[in-house]
Design a protein around this ligand. Structure first.
Ligand code: URA
Length: 208
């Protein structure tokens, strides 16, 4: 069993928040275990709660479309949420729920070790860009401990505000060059860590 599957079992058994009593299934996340890009949304909705899979409703369809626009499939990335259980009536996650679920998200990030984390929406953004406003920082990135964090609006926002559709599409287009940048960053870090190559032996000049 992979460490991530093990983690998902831990998430399914977690009973730390009240909402475990009203949810149907936990929604740990899914995708490639070695994904270079990890998307982090807010919380499961009704569809996700029924099936135990993230972003499979209307917002998820738009996310699939956005991924396809840069030649990505969900199987090639990892998709998770800040909290793993659906809040009743899709209310906003509570600070205690976010705090309780932090350990699961932290461990997911540790195991997947993505090069880029894309925050989808305010709650996810608040975790990695504290004190910032989504309308100001969407489409921008910051690097911390070798991971590039990139902020985007939540795909569901575009379902209510049509003009955000284009904004999300434009922000998504920034991901491929950012990934190239992330790869170069990792390469540089690896080179800096590698032991110095031994000097070639000095050639003795032969008299003959
Ligand atoms: N919205 C989210 O933030 N996450 C999901 O999984 C679905 C909708």
């Amino acid at each position: 069993m992979s460490a991530l599957t093990d983690l998902n079992t831990g998430i399914a058994l977690c009973r730390q928040c009240e909402i475990v009593n009203t949810r149907t299934k936990s929604v740990p996340g899914e995708g490639a275990e070695n994904a270079e890009i990890m998307f982090i949304g807010e919380a499961p909705g009704w569809n996700e709660d029924q099936q135990g899979r993230p972003f499979i409703g209307a917002a998820g369809q738009f996310l699939d479309e956005l991924l396809a626009s840069i030649n990505l499939k969900r199987a090639g990335v990892y998709i998770a949420n800040v909290i793993k259980c659906r809040p009743p009536e899709n209310r906003d996650p509570l600070p205690t729920e976010i705090a309780n679920c932090q350990k699961w998200l932290d461990r997911q990030i540790e195991l997947i070790s993505p090069k880029i984390i894309v925050t989808l929406g305010r709650y996810s953004m608040a975790k990695f860009f504290p004190g910032k406003t989504i309308s100001k920082i969407h489409g921008t990135s910051q690097t911390q401990n070798g991971i590039i964090y990139f902020a985007m609006y939540h795909p569901a926002a575009a379902l209510h505000q049509g003009n955000l559709r284009q904004t999300l599409k434009e922000d998504m287009m920034k991901l491929p060059p950012l990934l190239a940048q992330a790869k170069a960053l990792k390469q540089k870090a690896a080179e800096a860590e590698a032991p110095p190559k031994p000097e070639p032996p000095v050639q003795q000049l032969s008299m003959f």
